[in-house]
Design a protein around this ligand. Structure first.
Ligand SMILES: NC(=O)C1=CN([C@@H]2O[C@H](COP(=O)(O)OP(=O)(O)OC[C@H]3O[C@@H](n4cnc5c(N)ncnc54)[C@H](OP(=O)(O)O)[C@@H]3O)[C@@H](O)[C@H]2O)C=CC1
Ligand SMILES: CC1=C(/C=C/C(C)=C/C=C/C(C)=C/C=O)C(C)(C)CCC1
Length: 336
């Protein structure tokens, strides 16, 4: 018994040391696209949804560093202003471009209110964008909600499908004119590998007959991919590209609806610290698709770790993609 306890303690200690070594010895951040060019995004305006937290915040930081003017589309103004203040401080400390300096609008951060769970908010946001912004070079559909209890959006849609797919569907459609007039321009969609476990069950898109929070998340992420592929088809010849990505597993606030007993939480934190990507690491594919000359003209593709990846046949089904587009148009009121 005593031998078994000592062996278990030694194994735990060894494991902890190995994890610590893995964190501290390896490179701190891998910028997979070698993004050291601090003027790559000068003169470009980028809109990022959900930019106050996690991947969106890290994507904003990286694109600011590359000289972009970044609009943060966020549902909570106070949280967004706090994140914007931190991002401005970090940029100053890193010696990046000062807003209002000779670099013009390089490094400028603008906060605008956008609640993707409200079609009214999406419409008001887009109206403000069209009135105030002369151009939009990159739209990053990043905001997301993961495995929440059954909830409905203001317009009566199941929350994960409503925010992750429908809100972004309306947003993108209402901004397409601005993106086209700013071409060459790009749309980047943040999906997840978990799309593999989803299906588009057209007969119950609001999950009123049954609700499974994992399935509904996966379905919304499959919808992101089908949307991207159908939009790429519709945008052929316009010089507006659209690509979709999975970021890997990343240490963010996305797991806020997962209940973990208090006593087990430290173990989860240790595991995520050791094995999950940091937000900056997770943001690299978004930044790559938003800025790299390597993907100029590339459209309708799926990426992970800055490389194109294959999709399951269900994510490439053109008839499902078209049907989802048509139904989404009706759901968000673009077509009566
Ligand atoms: N983290 C991961 O391992 C993975 C993440 N992803 C995807 O990455 C994207 C970013 O998530 P991540 O950074 O991890 O998670 P976070 O929870 O840290 O960030 C999500 C962002 O989305 C915003 N958001 C949520 N609901 C709404 C809404 N109704 N209107 C506007 N904004 C909203 C949040 O705002 P607020 O702070 O106000 O809640 C927050 O800014 C998501 O699309 C997610 O599905 C995909 C695969 C893996
Ligand atoms: C680590 C960790 C958590 C787990 C989060 C997870 C497991 C999120 C996974 C998200 C994925 C994989 C999304 C894919 O699209 C909790 C529960 C918040 C508690 C604190 C530490």
């Amino acid at each position: 018994m005593a031998v078994a306890t000592v062996a278990a303690l030694l194994a735990a200690l060894g494991g902890a040391l190995w994890l610590a070594a893995r964190r501290f010895v390896g490179p701190s951040v891998q910028r997979l696209h070698g993004g050291g060019n601090s003027s790559l995004m000068h003169g470009k305006t980028v809109l990022i949804t959900g930019a106050n937290s996690g991947l969106g915040r890290a994507t904003a930081a990286e694109l600011l560093r590359l000289g972009a003017r970044v609009i943060m589309g966020c549902r909570d103004r106070a949280r967004a202003e706090e994140a914007a203040g931190q991002l401005r401080r970090e940029l100053r400390e890193a010696g990046g471009p000062e807003p209002g300096s000779d670099d013009g609008e390089a490094g400028e951060l603008v906060v605008k209110e956008l609640d993707l769970a409200s079609l009214r908010s999406v419409r008001a946001f887009c109206q403000e964008m069209l009135q105030e912004e002369p151009r939009l070079d990159v739209l990053i559909n990043n905001a997301g909600i993961f495995q929440c209890p059954y909830m409905k959006t203001e317009d009566g849609f199941e929350m994960q499908f409503g925010v992750n797919h429908l809100g972004h569907f309306l947003l993108t459609n209402l901004l397409l004119g601005l993106l086209k007039s700013s071409a060459p321009s790009r749309i980047v969609v943040v999906s997840s590998k978990l799309y593999k476990y989803g299906d588009i069950n057209f007969e119950d898109l609001n999950s009123e007959q049954s609700y499974n929070k994992s399935f509904c998340y996966s379905r919304s992420k499959l919808a992101n991919i089908l949307f991207t592929r159908e939009l790429a088809r519709r945008l052929e010849g316009t010089n507006v590209t659209v690509n979709v990505l999975h970021p890997g597993i990343v240490r963010t606030n996305l797991g806020r609806h997962i209940h973990i007993p208090l006593l087990v939480k430290p173990l989860f934190n240790l595991v995520s610290w050791a094995f999950f990507k940091s937000p900056v690491e997770g943001a690299q594919t978004s930044v790559y698709l938003a800025s790299s000359p390597e993907v100029e003209g590339v459209s309708g593709k799926y990426f992970g770790d800055c490389k194109e990846e294959e999709l399951l046949p269900k994510a490439m089904d053109e008839s499902v993609a078209r049907k989802l587009w048509d139904i989404s148009e009706v759901m968000v009121g673009l077509l009566k």
